[in-house]
Design a protein around this ligand. Structure first.
Ligand SMILES: *[C@@H]1O[C@H](CO)[C@@H](O)[C@H](O)[C@H]1NC(C)=O
Ligand SMILES: *[C@@H]1O[C@H](CO)[C@@H](O)[C@H](O)[C@H]1NC(C)=O
Ligand SMILES: *[C@@H]1O[C@H](CO)[C@@H](O)[C@H](O)[C@H]1NC(C)=O
Ligand SMILES: *[C@@H]1O[C@H](CO)[C@@H](O)[C@H](O)[C@H]1NC(C)=O
Ligand SMILES: *[C@@H]1O[C@H](CO)[C@@H](O)[C@H](O)[C@H]1NC(C)=O
Ligand SMILES: *[C@@H]1O[C@H](CO)[C@@H](O)[C@H](O)[C@H]1NC(C)=O
Ligand SMILES: *[C@@H]1O[C@H](CO)[C@@H](O)[C@H](O)[C@H]1NC(C)=O
Ligand SMILES: *[C@@H]1O[C@H](CO)[C@@H](O)[C@H](O)[C@H]1NC(C)=O
Length: 312
């Protein structure tokens, strides 16, 4: 379909003109474009052949901010640009018919560019993260076009987390900063987050899709101490006068400090979290790091059957 710009015959009959342009009897467009449309990287060369089968025209040409031609009495005319850098270019091929009318066809061209830079940052936070808290990762994408063809993909390692798309119709390069909310667990310590900008420009676009990936962001996740209770649940016979060793082991990041307290709050220290007990009573092991303190209380009963009883 092509646009009728001007027709001497129908001057003064706008209603009829409208009917001619949109009606079913409208003659086939005499203009053919080869290729019919293009996806071009910013700064690349383009060459489009506009030809006509019409033999009774008075001339044809290209109208464009770059590479436009004059009216030529030929059957094809090439639109040639060595370095396409006009983001909003709308090239049109037109033909002037003998009746003084003019027809034109818009050449659909999509310009794209990959980002100048891409990086990930953590919003309003620096240093190690803490398990169970919320953080916002931000992907900073500088100067990409067009936004409506952009898919931003988030990854943790190679695992896809989220895809972000845009409906913005802007044709010129834009900066975008999509965010991803994460709640890291202790297993995420050392995880690498990445974001990737992919331009899906359709079947006419380049394959594979032009893609730029950020450097990975490695997160450090601190987590609270977890006391290994399996070390304290055993039934061990304790006889009066014979010492027994209580083993308090905790895992945490940073490495927790272990401290035993004895009935009710007297600190009893011994290196490494092991405590040799001689007396009955309540023993409280606390494991402390930057994140939190965990504790476990054991009761030591001294009799012929010595027993450890856990209390929470
Ligand atoms: C342009 O297209 C016409 C019609 O298909 C063809 O005859 C002509 O050779 C083409 N010109 C170029 C330079 O490809
Ligand atoms: C294309 O044009 C841009 C902007 O005018 C310029 O920066 C670039 O160097 C040109 N590239 C070529 C290959 O001519
Ligand atoms: C993102 O899109 C890709 C296809 O391009 C798909 O394989 C993946 O599952 C999507 N991820 C999410 C989290 O939707
Ligand atoms: C969306 O497009 C409008 C203009 O079309 C522009 O002002 C705005 O900044 C764009 N949004 C983004 C996120 O780039
Ligand atoms: C807890 O202690 C048991 C017994 O010594 C051991 O097998 C297990 O690996 C420990 N668990 C952790 C998480 O360190
Ligand atoms: C504490 O006791 C356990 C079990 O007997 C032992 O494996 C560990 O090496 C001890 N730790 C220290 C610091 O003595
Ligand atoms: C054990 O120590 C923790 C941490 O200091 C404390 O909150 C808790 O009350 C103590 N429990 C007992 C029974 O002493
Ligand atoms: C020792 O344990 C056995 C069984 O577990 C029980 O029958 C006995 O009464 C206990 N002895 C003492 C002194 O508590």
């Amino acid at each position: 379909m092509c646009e009728i710009i001007f027709s001497r015959i129908f001057l003064g009959f706008p209603v009829l003109l409208l009917w001619m342009a949109g009606g079913p009897t409208h003659a086939a467009c005499p203009i053919e474009l080869n290729p019919p449309r293009l996806v071009v990287r910013y700064g690349d060369a383009v060459s489009v052949n506009c030809s006509t089968s019409s033999t009774d025209h008075e001339g044809m040409g290209w109208e464009a901010t770059f590479g436009g031609t004059g009216l030529e009495e030929v059957n094809f005319v090439i639109w040639n640009v060595e370095n396409l850098t006009d983001w909003t270019i709308q090239p049109k091929c037109y033909i002037t018919t003998k009746d003084g009318g003019q027809r034109s066809k818009l050449f659909p061209v999509v310009l794209y560019k990959t980002p100048d830079s891409m990086s990930i940052s953590v919003l309003s936070h620096s240093g190690p993260m803490v398990e169970g808290r919320e953080y916002q990762l931000q992907c900073n994408i500088q100067s990409i076009a067009p936004l409506r063809n952009l898919v931003v993909k988030w990854y943790k390692g190679n695992e896809p987390l989220d895809n972000v798309t845009y409906s913005n119709a802007s044709k010129t390069p834009e900066d975008v900063s999509p965010t991803l909310m994460i709640i890291p667990s202790k297993d995420d310590d050392g995880a690498q987050y990445k974001c990737r900008a992919e331009l899906d420009l359709g079947p006419e676009g380049p394959q594979p899709h032009p893609t730029v990936t950020s450097e990975p962001l490695t997160v450090t996740v601190h987590y609270k101490p977890r006391i290994n209770v399996s070390r304290l649940t055993e039934r061990i016979p304790v006889f009066r006068g014979y010492p027994e060793e209580l083993v308090c082991e905790a895992e945490g990041y940073p490495q927790p400090r272990i401290q035993w307290h004895y009935d009710p709050a007297k600190p009893v220290s011994e290196a490494g979290g092991n405590l040799t007990v001689f007396e009955a009573g309540l023993y409280n092991c606390t494991a402390t790091n930057d994140v939190d303190t965990s504790f476990i209380v054991v009761e030591v009963v001294l009799n012929g059957n010595g027993t450890f009883i856990k209390l929470y």
